[in-house]
Design a protein around this ligand. Sequence first.
Ligand SMILES: Cc1ncc(COP(=O)(O)O)c(C=O)c1O
Length: 474
Amino acid sequence: MFCTRLRPRAIGRRGRNLRCGCGFRLRHGQFARHRGTRREQIGAPGPLVPSRFVPNNPETTLFRGFPPMTTAPARPQNHLLSATGTTIFTVMSALAVEHGAINLGQGFPDYDGPEDVIRAAADALFDGRNQYPPLTGVPALRNAVAAHNKRFYGIEVDPNREVVVTSGATEAITACLMAVLNPGDECVLIEPLYDTYLPVVKLLGAVPKLVRLTPPRWELPRAELAAAFGPKTKAILFNTPMNPTGKVFTAAELAFLAELIQRHDCYAVCDEVYEHLTFDGWKHIPLMSLPGMRARCMRIGSAGKTFSLTGWKVGYITCDASLQPNVAKAHQNLTFTTPPNLQRGVAVGLAKDDAWFASVGTELQAKRDLLAEGLARLGFGVLPTMGSYFITADFRPLAAALGFTGDDVAFCRALTAEAKVTAIPVTAFYAGADAPNHYARFAFCKGEAVLREALARLEAWVTARKAQGRQAVG
Ligand SMILES: Cc1ncc(COP(=O)(O)O)c(C=O)c1O
């Protein structure tokens, strides 16, 4: 959000007072605060008009001939987006900041990714390859994605015709859905679900068919799943290892799903961002590796999750050559390309040796154990986590002793405000009514000291609430 007219001049004339074409006076280095031009907002060439137009202000009346924007248009905007609330992650993170809470809500590590990967991306900024990279990704990363598929899952992939690099798995999910769904097509989704799935399916005009997993085992409900597939089913969006449940789907569950997909002649968008984050010997099995699934699956990975670099937003799709052109065209219309230096860093990461990939799960497992044991000690009903960044914990066993009668949203708010630890209410991952409302999701992708401090705060809170309860009763 810079003044595009000013910026080159400001860089060229260090330390001088400047007046840009928009009439705002700035010193060099202040241009970051000069924001919100109309041209940037609408993304089209045209006159620069300040977003906050102040009538009779000499700074803004420089724009003679352009009517001031005094009223917002009355025409309704996109109703699906207008009806979509701010994500629960943003809401809870803001609450965490407000209360100085340790944020175990949002799933991002508080430690950095591998140094060699970061170094490779940093070095790549300085070798003169900073223009648009190829649409489907830089060759180094496409080759690395193909080699990674072969090494871990035995899937043979043509790096030139079967890989598309995207700006995060979030974009990849949208691109894959765009590639296959037409308005009116049905798309099977499994609750609890990641927050972008449902809005994107709806925005594409497709019809979501929700199938619900139930705690504590989160098993695939075979009869309900089979009933959700029908003549209009075009695709299923399937996540394993799964957020927020921490479930890794078994070979038997995947085989059941594969049979349904084949019988109904549909596609599978496979969100596998936690593919390397599995524990206790659980191994991730890509649906794509099952018989008959090779040409039907679009398999999505995320460098953010695999390399603890969530801010990079580099994702990669592996799909059959028959699907890749549409996936690439969707990507072309969404972001077109992804920063080339980050892609080249990720290529270095995907080439790391087997021991490194094994260590990712082992190190995270130790964090899971620390948090799971601590929560169980405090009285939470901790559900098993086989993979991902997350533990789901039932707070009902504690509720009476804490004098707590609310639902999961109230619990997570109280936890944030009173215990100064933030978690996410699991109902946020359900679209339908009557979702289980007594679970909180805790992220354990944090440093050991942070997890210990969070547990200490929770213990102090539990002790204090129990004491209050005893006083009230006594
Ligand atoms: C299940 C799932 N899919 C996709 C994503 C988004 O991945 P990325 O950050 O690469 O866009 C996340 C992030 O939390 C996730 O949990």
